[in-house]
Design a protein around this ligand. Sequence first.
Ligand SMILES: Cc1ncc(COP(=O)(O)O)c(C=O)c1O
Length: 373
Amino acid sequence: MKLFEVYPLYDVQPTRAKDVYVYDAEGTAYLDLYGGHAVISIGHSHPHYIQSLHEQLDNIAFYSNAIQNPWQQKLADAIGEHSCLHDYQLFMCSSGAEAIENALKMASFHTGKKRVLAFKGAFHGRTSAAVAVTDNQKIIAPLNAQQAVCFVPFEDHQAVEKELQKGDVCAVIFEPIQGVGGLDTPSKEFIIQLERLCQHYNTCLIADEVQSGFSRSGTFFAFQNTSIKPHIITMAKGMGNGFPVGGILIHPDLKAQYGLLGTTFGGNHLACRAALAVLDVLKRDKLQEHAGQMEQYFREKAAQIPGVKIKGRGLMLGLEFDFEVGPLRKRLIHEKHIFTGGSSNKKVLRILPPLTVQTEHFDAFFTALHDVL
Ligand SMILES: Cc1ncc(COP(=O)(O)O)c(C=O)c1O
């Protein structure tokens, strides 16, 4: 059987991985400054993560959401502790797009409205409502186009208010740091305005933290450099360090009812143990603070490259050049054995390493970048 070829592939075949490196069958080490698309948070094959998953596999790996699974409550408590959002409620699912679907659905249930306001450059996933609120016509099928969505630019609070005034908007969804779009970031003032407008017009504010959450930005959630309290927060990627797990945090004003949301796989025993192991290591190794320190180091080194613009925050960073970076990324992989990310802004090289990255890894990256430039 042939694979359905939707991914353009690099000719690299990793067979094992450790911390910030992946290795091919010949033992060639690749420095992973991409983290498998911002997924690897505590480092590849972390011993505590492996031990937690092994232990759980030896007991029970999965049962449906029809039984008591105390690991879900343990995880909710741990997320509450890390994020200080103790009064929120956790619903678990298995991917970023699924988190977005559930967030939008909750906003629509809660407000009784159906239109969504999203932002230019947004990426929220590829499933039905998630892709409809993604600013990329090429991946929106006619089926998805029936969703009622409008896109406005960041910072244009008048455009936001004009739409909310119409009274039919259930949710405003935003990425506190745009990922796939190329690291554009709304200002703190604009985010605070969004909260105010959403409160005024009975609209839910959704912070999409699928990529920026779980300490990658230097705060637990990226929006937490402001005082806002979104109605719903989506999370996935770094939450499981490679195990497929996602979830939403729901403000106490939004009430649960049996059957309102549901999933077969979401919140299974293994998924909870993976996420708990991630939180243990984030805390024990102070990786959130470390992300902030590594950002400073990265910025100092990057500032020495003439004409390059540094974007993003924490370990969700981008270098914007005045040329398209596709060929540069290829040379970094094949000649220097360094993985980096691209974005829909073709001039941005994305840096999304495991949060365990050290100064020597950035030194190696900048030396390699200097050579290939
Ligand atoms: C901000 C954001 N939201 C949602 C998604 C969708 O996540 P997934 O690919 O797990 O469905 C992504 C994926 O890149 C993302 O970056």
